[in-house]
Every structure is written in structure tokens, then in C-alpha cells.
Ligand binder design. Structure first.
Ligand SMILES: Nc1ncnc2c1ncn2[C@@H]1O[C@H](COP(=O)(O)OP(=O)(O)OP(=O)(O)O)[C@@H](O)[C@H]1O
Length: 279
């Protein structure tokens, strides 16, 4: 049984009494080393969940427990050692004049001693393939490189949980794939829990489990294959489905038997070969 690293217990949240409830009685758990995707229509509460996880916001009702600790005003500095977040716009995340200053910044804030900082800068910049840009000014980097540095800055804190909130949204397809490969590798090496908030369906199908938000409530949580089997319902709550899943649906309608829900081209081809040999 895996260790529970994040737990939302009956959490409700709104941005002030004059505002509507954004989250309504949400309960879910995320486990050690698990890769989770959180999806949902615009405004369904995904980013709010991320901000509640590291004490940028606090719920009016319910409790959030991170690595065994309740998130409160008193615990946020410890919580933030465990939870690293990377946001959509890399330009808003830079504070240093060079890449290495930037990675150092979060560690300085947490009182990590100098020799250890140097080791971690080396280690995390290599992990994201940005070692040779150590002395570069961040504004001279491409969008994808900036996001790698943002990931390195967060990893230098040695978090147990890494949250990517639309972190690849401004990148081209190659940039997205590169960042996700890097992050997945580091996740394996360090046994991190990875929480990806995304509209990118390629990223969603790579998760172990998907949490689907709808109007501030958990609509469903299951493996990507089971989630994307519910095509009509997903469309009804304003969500898209992966191209391969939509194609499988059309093929089925045309009378071609496709039994297993395919999540990528290889799986669909396999299904087609199987059904071809049956026919
Ligand atoms: N600072 C704020 N003050 C008031 N309302 C807010 C604030 N931030 C977000 N909201 C509202 O809370 C709701 C949930 O927003 P949130 O950003 O969590 O949604 P989301 O699912 O991440 O959306 P998106 O996919 O568009 O990023 C929205 O209706 C939004 O307008």
C-alpha cells in the first residue's frame, strides 16, 4: 500500500463571501510516487486546488493534509519544502540575474548552506539538461529552456510533490514533450508525486490516474483508459477527448470491432490488426 502524500478532506473554498463556492466538498488522495493529471473545464477549480496544496490559499471548510501535516498558517513553511510548483508563464517565475542565481534563490530562502547549494545547482541543472546555461541571463532563454530552469529551481528544494500548473501550455509540441520527459525521469529517480494540471491530452494519457473536475466537484477519478472511455459524458462537461479515442469511436460506428480503449496510435494499430485477423 502506497503512502498517502496529499489528502483533501471535504474541502470547500471560495475567494470571499461575495464570491460563489469554487470547490464544494472535495475529497481525494494522492499517493507517493504517483503521477496524477487534473483536468476540467475552464474555471472548474484546478488552479485553486494547486494553490490550496501549498498554502497560497486556505479552505473555509474541510482540511488538507500534506505528507502527514495539516496545511495551516503555522505549517506553510514546512509544507512548501514538500510542495514545488511550476506555473504557466516562465517569465513571472524568475528572480535571479543568471540561471544559477535563480536556482539558488529558493534555497537561500530556506537557509540551505552554501556547499550544499552548489551541489544542488549542479545536480538539478544537469537533471533538466541546462548545466551549460548556468551563467546565462534567464530572459535570453527560449520558453522551453525557461520552464526547465523553473523546474530545476523547484527540484533544488527537494520537494516530495511537484505540481505543474499548465507549465507546458506556452510551449510548442517538442518543448512540451521534452519537459514532460525530463520531469517523468526525475519523478522516477526521486520517487516524487507528480501532479499535472493540463489541457494537453497527451500529458493526460501519460498519467497513472486522472482526477476530473466539474463545477468545483470531483466528477470522476480513474485511469486514463477508463476516463476516456466515457466520451459522451466528457463532452457533456466541456472536455475534449484524445484524437485516437475519437478515431476509435468513429471506426466502431463504421462497424470495425475495437474492443480495448486505445490511448495512442500504437495501441489503435494493434486493435486494428487484431480485429482484421478476426474478420
Ligand atoms: N483571485 C480570485 N478572485 C475571485 N475569483 C477567482 C480568483 N481566482 C480564480 N477565481 C475564480 O475561481 C474559479 C476557479 O478558478 P481556477 O483558476 O481554480 O479554475 P481552473 O480550473 O484552473 O481554470 P482554467 O482551466 O481556466 O485555468 C473561476 O470561476 C475563477 O473565475
Amino acid at each position: 500500500m502506497r503512502h498517502k502524500i496529499v489528502e483533501f478532506r471535504h474541502v470547500s473554498f471560495r475567494y470571499g463571501e461575495e464570491h460563489p463556492w469554487v470547490l464544494k466538498n472535495c475529497s481525494f488522495a494522492i499517493y507517493e510516487n504517483e503521477a496524477i493529471a487534473i483536468i476540467g473545464h475552464n474555471g472548474s477549480g484546478k488552479s485553486t486546488i494547486a494553490k490550496l496544496m501549498n498554502g497560497l490559499l486556505f479552505p473555509q471548510e474541510g482540511e488538507i493534509v500534506i505528507n502527514g501535516r495539516s496545511v495551516t498558517q503555522d505549517s506553510i513553511w514546512d509544507i512548501r519544502k514538500d510542495v514545488g510548483m511550476v506555473f504557466q508563464n516562465p517569465d513571472n517565475q524568475f528572480v535571479g540575474t543568471t540561471v544559477q542565481d535563480d536556482v539558488a534563490f529558493g534555497m537561500e530562502n530556506r537557509g540551505i548552506e552554501r556547499d550544499e547549494m552548489v551541489r544542488r545547482i549542479d545536480n538539478t541543472l544537469s537533471a533538466v539538461g541546462m548545466q551549460e546555461y548556468r551563467l546565462t541571463e534567464p530572459h535570453k532563454l527560449s520558453g522551453g529552456q525557461k520552464q526547465r530552469v523553473a523546474v530545476a529551481s523547484v527540484l533544488a528544494i527537494f520537494p516530495q510533490i511537484l505540481i505543474l500548473d499548465e507549465a507546458t501550455a506556452m510551449l510548442d509540441p517538442r518543448g512540451r514533450t521534452d519537459i514532460m520527459k525530463t520531469v517523468t525521469r526525475v519523478q522516477d529517480q526521486r520517487h516524487l508525486s507528480l501532479i499535472t494540471i493540463t489541457h494537453d491530452l497527451q500529458e493526460v494519457v501519460q498519467a497513472e490516474r486522472v482526477i476530473v473536475m466539474n463545477e468545483g466537484a470531483i466528477w470522476d477519478e480513474a485511469a486514463p483508459r477508463d476516463i476516456f472511455a466515457k466520451k459522451a459524458e466528457l463532452r457533456r462537461i466541456g472536455l475534449d477527448i484524445p484524437f485516437v479515442a475519437a478515431l476509435s469511436e468513429e471506426l466502431r460506428k463504421a462497424g470495425i470491432p475495437i474492443n480495448r480503449e486505445a490511448l495512442n496510435h500504437e495501441e489503435l494499430l494493434e486493435e486494428l490488426w487484431t480485429s482484421h485477423s478476426i474478420m
